[in-house]
Design a protein around this ligand. Structure first.
Ligand code: CA
Length: 246
């Protein structure tokens, strides 16, 4: 999943970026309102963290322009302490949620997960495809309850495919989801990550759709412990913050 962080304070932007990358997101950054507006206009993000006090163009204006152009990605605004007026203006301008600075990173991550979930694209913090379970809160993947060891790129590729299980996802879409904007984007690397994932997942989990891309196939027999771990399908809310129970 891809997040745009709009923050002109470099220290806070770096802090946000590290926390989000650790949580398995791909992060793009904008330091002023004009850049932010452009990026939100041309790129697709699963959510945006938007500081309101920005150079060149303020955050409220950026948000209004996005909403006027029907960009409906979830937006979490960061507001100054004790400025209730700013919160109200932000919500009126189309923000989905707000956090007051200073905030706890854990709270920001929890609010983002909730926003992304509510945006309707993902109804649960945990996605299931066949015997594979991906927990977005922990950036953790299990097959029949056994944790998989994945690199961050492998995780991101799998997350995009599982997020859209049953749909064809093109290589260029995958590239857009796993590399930040300034990165050299090479779609050949996607095939490498897919190859590695296939060695770690039950056979047939990822289908190649010739000329179009890849597709997660949910109808794959498990690796032997059938019927045990997949009972938690679509029930992410049931699990506590301690995460997946075997
Ligand atoms: Ca600021």
């Amino acid at each position: 999943m891809r997040i745009l962080v709009v923050e002109d304070n470099p220290a806070l932007a770096a802090q946000l970026g590290h926390a989000l990358v650790d949580a398995g997101y791909v992060v793009d950054y904008a330091e002023d309102g004009a850049d932010a507006h452009y990026m939100g206009d041309v790129e697709t993000y699963d959510a945006v963290v938007l500081d309101l006090g920005l150079p060149v163009m303020d955050g409220l204006t950026v948000l209004r322009k996005w909403r006027d152009a029907s960009h409906d990605m979830p937006v979490l605004i960061l507001t100054a302490r004790d400025n209730w007026h700013e919160k109200v203006s932000g919500m009126d301008a189309g923000a989905d949620d707000y956090l007051t600075k200073p905030f706890h990173m854990e709270e920001l991550l929890a609010r983002l997960r909730a926003l992304i979930r509510r945006s309707g694209r993902h109804t649960s913090a945990q996605w299931t495809s066949g015997h594979i379970v991906l927990d977005t809160r922990q950036a953790r993947v299990t097959v029949d309850g056994e944790a998989l060891s994945l690199t961050s790129h492998e995780y991101r590729v799998l997350a995009v495919l599982m997020q859209r299980a049953g749909e064809i996802v093109s290589r260029s879409e995958l590239v857009g989801h796993i590399y930040a904007q300034d990165y050299e984007r090479d779609s050949n690397t996607i095939d490498v990550f897919i190859g590695r994932l296939r060695k770690k997942l039950p056979q047939g989990s990822i289908e190649t759709v010739r000329g179009l891309g890849y597709r997660m196939n949910a109808k794959v027999p498990g690796s032997g412990h059938a019927g045990e771990s997949t009972a938690v399908r679509e029930s992410g809310e049931v699990l506590g913050p301690s995460g997946v129970k075997r």
